[in-house]
Each structure stands twice: as structure tokens, then as C-alpha cells.
Design a protein around this ligand. Structure first.
Ligand code: FE2
Length: 188
């Protein structure tokens, strides 16, 4: 699949899921990811991290039975599913933070006493299924992983991406940036 075909596929996913809000939250997953990317862009971070923010939860839409999985109180492993889906098209600096953003939540809950208080009710529920806060050994292992800081950064902007009705740029606003990042992947 070439870059434009993949970007069209991504755009279709955002359109399809844009109106379908999570039952536990008042805004859709598409709105949430667009708001997370907008928060990253407002902070003047680099394109790699903005792209990771924009796409970090895409695995929710690719899970064969996401709603059922969560109803059965299982972790839907959306971070792995999303990273695998994106990996053929984007380089590791984009993929790794996507794959690590759930671990980053567990890390922050273990290392920052007030972080847990900032989580939405839905995030608190999923944290339990994702393994809860990290223990000391997991914290040390996480700190040794390349790009773990960028995964933490996603988590921080993620918490700004939960504002019902907030007007932010659409997926198409990021197409040129994403196309450029995909070119970088092909050239390496
Ligand atoms: Fe998120």
C-alpha cells in the first residue's frame, strides 16, 4: 500500500469513528486523538511526537471485538495492535511511543502520587486491566527503554485531549506531515 492509500485508510478510520463516542466518555476516540495531537502541536514539539499523539489509540478501532473485550474486563492491548498496524509505514520513533503509551500510564501512576487523581474514570477502569501501577522493577525496566520519555509525553497530552466540543484541526490537517514522516521511513 502506498502512502496516499494508507493515509486515506487512516482518514476513513477517523471519519468512521469520529461520531462514535466511548460509552464511558463524552467525546469520541477520534476527537480524543485529534485533541491530544493539537495539545502536542501547541507545545511546539516535533512532528514525530505529534504523529504519535495523533495515532496513539488507533488500535482501539482495529481490535476484532473491542467493546466485548472491555466488557469482559480484559485489556484490549490496543497499544500493541496500533503499533503493529502503523509499523510498516512509520519509523520506530513514531511507533515506539504508541506501543509504550499504556506502560507510560502505569509508570506515571507508580512514580507520581497525584497522577492517578488526574485520570478519567474510563482510564482508571482500564488501568486495572492493564496491570495497575508498575512495581519498582517494572519502573526501572521502563526507564531503560528508548523513547520512554516520548511515551510519557503522550500520556501528559492525552489528559488534555478529553474536552467535549473542543474545536481542533481535523485529520486532514496532518496529512502533509504524516506523508513526510512516511517518506522518512521508506528512505531508511
Ligand atoms: Fe489516549
Amino acid at each position: 500500500m502506498n502512502s496516499d492509500d494508507f493515509l486515506n485508510q487512516l482518514s476513513d478510520l477517523f471519519t468512521t469513528h469520529g461520531a462514535k463516542g466511548d460509552s464511558n466518555q463524552r467525546l469520541s476516540n477520534a476527537e480524543h486523538m485529534l485533541q491530544t495531537a493539537a495539545a502536542a502541536r501547541a507545545a511546539n514539539t516535533d512532528d514525530v511526537l505529534i504523529a504519535a499523539c495523533l495515532l496513539h489509540d488507533i488500535g482501539h478501532w482495529l481490535h476484532p471485538e473491542p467493546v466485548d473485550a472491555l466488557k469482559r474486563s480484559k485489556d484490549d492491548c490496543h497499544e500493541d495492535i496500533g503499533a503493529q498496524y502503523l509499523a510498516p509505514h512509520f519509523a520506530d520513533p513514531v511507533i515506539r511511543p504508541v506501543a509504550l503509551h499504556v506502560a507510560a500510564k502505569r509508570y506515571l501512576c507508580a512514580t507520581e502520587p497525584d497522577y492517578f487523581q488526574k485520570l478519567s474514570p474510563a482510564s482508571v477502569r482500564t488501568l486495572e486491566h492493564q496491570g495497575g501501577p508498575m512495581d519498582a522493577a517494572e519502573v526501572a525496566d521502563f526507564q531503560a527503554i528508548t523513547d520512554h520519555q516520548n511515551a510519557i509525553a503522550i500520556r501528559r497530552w492525552d489528559e488534555y485531549g478529553k474536552v467535549p466540543g473542543l474545536d481542533v484541526p481535523s485529520f486532514d490537517a496532518y496529512r502533509p506531515m504524516l506523508r513526510e514522516l512516511m517518506t522518512t521511513k521508506r528512505e531508511n
